[in-house]
Design a protein around this ligand. Structure first.
Ligand code: FES
Length: 584
């Protein structure tokens, strides 16, 4: 073998175990050593000559949303081996919503770095990203988009629903509903304890259209999963068949060198935004889509998203916007049923990991059948998309409202601000009987944005003050620079940009100020003069949060705002290539 640098240009790019050799200054020795070590695990040369399919394993005792990982990986590896590939499982960070402090969002970018660098560093011809819980799929798609290899997403699948006193329940819209009843003293301690046993009936991701389900649907419409990969529940045979099929497709994308940038195109992102709007998807998915697009040099345009929202009805009757659960969506035909209905609004020529277009896969899925989970466009759940974008002097960079889960009465509203300076202030005073608050007021929470908390926690779902909850108040207008869980509902304005912690106008709102929200005009206005705001800014300058060391320092020094996906500035693609959706 010649070592001449000239020969490198004519040599085919190395594949399989020959890829990305560790640097010892002698390629032949590097490969010899690598094979010697892997043979220690009992591999033969025949196995090591196959296309190598990396598998990001995200099983963790702290992550019951991924509790089916062993069975899933067995089926996936079977599919890879049946197709002639060699599966190579490796661990990455795993994140669960309830086991990550201060919030899983704080660690999403770390998981994306972990995924990107391990995919880059280890020899593989393609990677299967196995994830499910809210931040895992976005982190994996971000990392894989930056690594640039052929990649296929495998979703862990949703949990089954449970039953409380003959009422069907599932995490976590019903978690919030029952907790609100408990706070309002409508149910007692014994009953809330009973509910706690029933909300999560199996392993798997939340059973409503929270962030995990939203990202599963988005991964499928992006073309990153096999057809039908979004909806089978975690513990079903359908889910295992999806895993096996994912293995087969992973070997195919490896052989055909179908890299992720050919799947994640501007057309694919526009399809994803349509689906997000039509499923009543989680507002968090907007942040994640912006981050994934940013890795490919694409900027998610909030004005464009709002335009799509005016044209895209909500069709999926799932909680929290509607009545059903993910397993019902699966029984109703899953994403094919929805996409058939959305067909005129989609780019059907977008390529998927199967090598066929979205339109071809839809044809292959066959005709639909009678069902009551996906509505027709003639009879939508909501005539416009689930999300609207607001602007104004309180949010020059935009703010999000999930209009489909809000009280229409509060969508044209002016009220008095009741201000909480941060999450600790909220916790200390929200249930104080002396709190000066009425149902017509606007609850404002500051400093829960990307830098504020830090990590932009899902604290935007401010609880109704206990004294009002006991009077039967179920909803109020609430505003913050944070996020809320996709499983939550209410008249809640989120992602106010720029955030209070870096001196966004939200920082200067005071108790008693008037705030106006108009969905019709897409307006979020603080009815305070520019002069008065400038005077407040000068009198009380904001101290932007910093840290001395470690990941916290990296986070606070480099995290971007919500409209840019809360990614780290150095992780986004260096060149901007355009906007999604593309301007009309
Ligand atoms: Fe994992 Fe809801 S907590 S998906």
């Amino acid at each position: 073998m010649s070592n001449s640098p000239k020969d490198d240009t004519t040599r085919p790019a190395p594949t399989g175990m020959r890829k990305g050799l560790t640097s010892y200054g002698d390629e032949g020795f590097s490969l010899f050593l690598r094979k010697a070590f892997i043979k220690g695990a009992g591999y033969t040369d025949a196995a090591l000559d196959r296309p190598v399919i990396g598998i990001t394993s995200t099983g963790s005792a702290y992550n019951p949303c991924h509790g089916n990982m062993p069975q899933l990986l067995e089926a996936l590896k079977r599919g890879i081996m049946l197709a002639g590939g060699l599966p190579m499982e490796f661990p990455t960070i795993s994140l669960h919503e309830s086991f990550a402090s201060p919030t899983s969002m704080y660690l999403r970018n770390l998981m994306s770095i972990d995924t990107e660098e391990l995919v880059r560093a280890q020899p593989m011809d393609a990677v299967v990203l196995v994830g499910g819980c809210d931040k895992t799929v976005p982190a994996q798609l971000m990392g894989a988009a930056s690594a640039g290899l052929p990649a296929v997403q495998l979703i862990t699948g949703s949990m089954l629903t449970g039953s409380h006193r003959s009422q069907r329940v599932g995490a976590c819209t019903d978690c919030r509903r029952y907790w609100a009843k408990f706070r309002a003293q409508e149910i007692d301690q014994a009953e809330i304890d009973d509910v706690n046993d029933q909300l999560v009936a199996s392993v798997g991701t939340c059973s409503v259209m929270g962030t995990a389900s939203t990202m599963a649907c988005i991964a499928e419409v992006l073309g990153m999963t096999v057809p039908g990969g979004a909806t089978p529940p975690a513990v079903t045979s359908d889910r295992m068949r999806v895993a096996e099929e994912t293995g087969r497709i992973a070997v195919k994308v490896a052989r055909e060198k179908l890299t992720i940038d050919r799947i994640l195109t501007p057309q694919a992102f526009e399809n994803a935004m349509r689906v997000l709007l039509a499923i009543g998807g989680s507002t968090n998915a907007i942040v994640h889509l912006a981050a994934i697009a940013g890795r490919l040099g694409l900027e998610l345009d909030l004005r464009g998203l709002d335009r799509l929202g005016r044209e895209t009805p909500v069709l999926l009757d799932l909680k929290p916007t509607g009545a059903h659960y993910m397993e019902d969506f699966h029984h109703a035909g899953g994403m094919a049923t929805l996409l058939r209905e959305l067909k005129p609004l989609l780019h059907l020529d977008a390529l998927t990991v199967t090598g066929r277009t979205l339109g071809e896969e839809l044809e292959a899925a066959g005709p639909g059948f009678a069902q009551d989970v996906v509505r027709t466009r003639a009879r939508p759940i909501h005539p416009q998309g689930s999300v609207a974008v607001l602007w104004g002097n309180l949010a020059p960079g935009g703010a999000i409202i999930k209009q489909s889960a809000a009280d229409p009465r509060l969508m044209e509203h002016e009220g008095r601000a009741v201000v909480f300076e941060n999450a600790a202030d909220l916790a200390a005073r929200i249930d104080d009987p002396a709190l000066d608050v009425t149902a017509d007021d606007v609850l404002v929470l500051k400093r829960i944005g990307p830098k504020g908390a830090p990590g932009m926690p899902e604290a935007g779902y401010l609880p109704i003050p206990a004294k009002l909850a006991r009077q039967g108040v179920k909803d109020m207008l609430r505003i913050s620079d944070g996020r809320m869980s996709g499983t939550a509902f209410g008249s809640i304005v989120l992602h106010v940009t720029p955030e209070a912690a870096i001196g966004g106008p939200l920082a200067w709102v005071r108790n008693g100020d008037r705030i106006r929200v108009s969905l019709a005009r897409r307006e979020l206005a603080l009815l305070v003069s520019d002069e008065e705001l400038a005077a407040r800014r000068a009198a009380e300058p904001v101290a932007v949060p910093t840290a001395e060391r470690g990941y916290r320092k990296l986070f606070l020094d480099t995290v971007l705002q919500a409209d840019q996906g809360v990614d780290f500035d150095f992780l986004a693609a260096p060149k901007r290539l355009g906007k999604v959706p593309q301007p009309k």
